[in-house]
Structures are given as structure tokens and as C-alpha cells.
Design a protein around this ligand. Sequence first.
Ligand SMILES: *Cc1c(COP(=O)(O)O)cnc(C)c1O
Length: 338
Amino acid sequence: MLTIDLRSDTLTQPTAGMKEAMFAAPVGDDVFGEDPTVNALETKIAALFGMEAALFCPSGTMTNQIAIRLHTGPQKEVICHQYSHIYLYEGGGIMANSMASVKLLTGDLGKITASQVAESINPDDVHAPETTLVSLENTMNKGGGSIYTLDEVRPIQALCQEKGIKLHLDGARLFNALVETGESPADWGAQFDTISICLSKGLGCPIGSVLLGTKADIKRAKKVRKVFGGGMRQAGFLAAAGIYALDHQVERLKEDHHRARVLGQFLVQAPHVAEVLPVATNIVIARLEGISPEAYLQQLAAQGIKGVKFGKDLVRFVTHLDFGDDHLEEFGRRIGRV
Ligand SMILES: *Cc1c(COP(=O)(O)O)cnc(C)c1O
């Protein structure tokens, strides 16, 4: 039976073209700064976003955590949505790596506004940790792959600039947002002090994320990466996959979004599904009724379909490079049987 694995967009296999690019990559010791392919990836993606510099790292958790370390520290505070990956899914790293405090905000679809941020900045007072960072996430994973537009970000950026607070973007799936809105990477780069982007999600690379920022921040980031144990040697084999993905596998994210919308329509009509959150990109979240996520996922597994529990009565499906039209049709056939 054809397995339909929608647990995550990290499950993809490198494409034939990507593998060829990887094997052909010239490499060197990147801790010495001498891997030409890593350097080419960093230069390419920094230029794309109009930012000064970039740093290739093993994971998006590491790029986020490095950024948090750059912009916070003991007795400092970061403001973010309560559904943020940096808070929920990075092992308590804000505390463990930076000894910083967090202020969690609520908001529809995992998004926050400038007025909420304004109300949450701590006063200059001996009792309060100093607010030094605001972190946004685009697309917003736990918000159902929801999108921030530039119009929503600009007032937050202006506020941060006025208050001398840094602004970080967890852009693990930023390209998913950009292919939908048509907004330019450079316009996004202009809004943030640092941006983290995953190459190993929809872009289909086996490993890797990049952190973008100023030359000075990326120089400091390299030292933090070292102490986090993230310095890699002939990493160009992996960076080559990133270059290939940027050249060949960005526009196709639209196909994932199209299939996610169709998948959402199948789910709305399926047994046990009370509602489907608005599908903005490649993430589909369904609310169940009369069955637990565990029991539902077990029934799906018997039909060769895999998803993940995403809350008390929620399940999540993520479309990706290895989920084609044949898988989509099969999903439609089988989902009615559970
Ligand atoms: C996947 C993801 C990350 C980073 O995850 P890694 O598995 O460490 O690469 C960060 N933020 C969001 C929103 C993600 O979905």
C-alpha cells in the first residue's frame, strides 16, 4: 500500500538533481572559513534578502537560538506569541542558552500586532527584565501555516526601532509565505535584525538552516555557533543542496499549497472532522470531534496515512516535495473510510 506521510515537510528525500549538485560541490574546512560552497550559499542568500551576511548552521533551532543569544541575555526578555517555535519546541533554549525571560502574547492564527507589543514592553524599572527582543514566525506553524504580510510587520518594526529593541524572524518557512504573497525577500530583509530560514523543510534539503544579519552580528553568531557545537568542516556538500534548492525548488512550493488546500477540502467532508483551520500554505490543521487524536491517527495509520497530534483535539498534516497528485488522490479516497 502506498504510504502517505504527511507528518512533516522535513521528511523529504533529496531529488536526483540535488544529489548531483551535492556530490559535485567543491569543499574545504568551513571552520577556517575555507569551504567555497558554504561561502557561496551564505553570499547568495544574504544578497537575495539584501542583508549583509549569513551563517550556515545544522538546524533552525540553532539559528534561532543563536539569534536569541545575540539579542538577549540574563535579565533580558523576548516578546513572542505563545505558539512560537522558539518557545514551544526548542527545549527551553531561551532559558538554557541565554538565561532570558519570555513574555508570551496571544493572537489569532499565532500572530501578534504592534499595539500588543507596545503594551508588553517592560518599563525601565528595577523589578522588570529588560525587553530587548521581539520574535515573529512566518509562516506560523502552530497557527496553521498562517502568513504575516509586510503591512502587518512594518508597524512592529517601526515600534522596535523607536524603542531600540531588536526584531528577529523565525522564517523556517518564510519562502512558503513569499511564494503566496509575491512579496520580495529584500523587502523582508529590510524589516529584521536577524532572520532564520530552514533549507530542510519545503525546500527539500537533507540538512541546514541559515541565519541572516549584519556583518557584525554574523561575526558574533559564528562564535556562538562554535560554543553550541555547530561548527562544521566540509559542510559544502550540504550547502550545495541549499544552493540547488534556492535555484530550483522555491517556486514549486506553490504546488504544496495547492495540494494542501485540496487536502483541506477532503478533510472538511471526512468523518470525525469538526473543522479545518484556514489553509494558507502547506500546513493543514483539523479539529476532531468524538475521537481522540491518538485514536484517529491510529485509524489513519491502518489506511497508510500519517499525520501528527497537534493539540488536545487537533491533528496536523503537512504537504511537501514527496507528496504528489497521486498521493493526494489516494488521500481523498482513503480519508472517507476512517
Ligand atoms: C522546523 C522549525 C524550526 C527549526 O527546526 P529544526 O528542526 O531545528 O531545523 C524553527 N521554527 C519553525 C517554525 C519550524 O517549523
